[in-house]
Write a protein that binds this ligand. Structure first.
Ligand SMILES: C[S@@+](CC[C@H](N)C(=O)[O-])C[C@H]1O[C@@H](n2cnc3c(N)ncnc32)[C@H](O)[C@@H]1O
Length: 189
């Protein structure tokens, strides 16, 4: 199943870090693309493009002025993450069985009512208010299981080798940056 995330209502001043975290979360857990609405934010797009260049994969970020244009033309099913929806763990099997490309919509400040109406599933992660980042992460994990944690990101300049205590980062070209909690690596990664 391919996953695209639609993030509604980005505001560059207020949401800069939150939208960046949401997009990085979507990428790390296997979404192909994030489309965002609200205000266009070239700094957001450039920041994500730098991460993709450094860390690999073929992830894309796209801006659109109209969420309904994306939703109406979507050739697959759509999940809208909202605390008012059906419980995620109860509907996730049905979503998985639908198979095709999946659009996951996450809100910003105020989600237009048409999104609730157009969604194939309005889905809640706990029925308590929290954040679009936590809701997306948990739902993507429910959808994919542990495969969500094992996506490959070919072509990057940097690659981490998991390490119990230190930092072990392979830099393209063979140079390896190493550091431990004790020696405090001076690298910024
Ligand atoms: C600041 S919250 C606003 C809460 C919103 N009134 C709602 O319907 O969930 C921004 C976004 O986080 C996501 N979100 C927050 N809590 C959630 C939950 N319990 N389940 C699913 N999504 C949630 C939704 O996508 C929401 O639009």
């Amino acid at each position: 199943m391919t996953i695209t995330v639609l993030r509604l209502g980005h505001r560059p001043q207020r949401d800069k870090r939150l939208s960046t975290h949401l997009i990085l979360c979507a990428r790390a857990l296997g979404a192909e693309k994030v489309i965002y609405t609200g205000m266009r934010d070239p700094r957001l797009e450039d920041g994500i493009a730098s991460v993709v260049k450094e860390w690999g994969g073929s992830f894309e970020v796209e801006y659109t002025a109209s969420h309904m244009g994306i939703i109406r033309n979507w050739a697959g099913k759509m999940v809208h993450l909202t605390m008012y929806g059906l419980q995620a763990h109860e509907v996730v099997s049905e979503v998985k069985e639908s198979g095709g490309p999946l659009l996951i919509v996450v809100g910003g400040a105020k989600v237009p009512w048409d999104v609730y109406e157009e969604a194939d599933w309005n889905v809640s992660v706990t029925t308590q208010p929290h954040s679009e980042v936590s809701a997306l992460a948990i739902f993507m994990h429910l959808l994919q299981g542990d495969a969500a944690l094992r996506h490959e990101f070919p072509g990057g300049r940097l690659k981490i080798t998991p390490n119990i205590r230190g930092k072990d980062v392979e830099v393209e070209g063979g140079r390896r940056g190493r550091g431990s909690a004790k020696t405090k690596s001076s690298g910024s990664t």
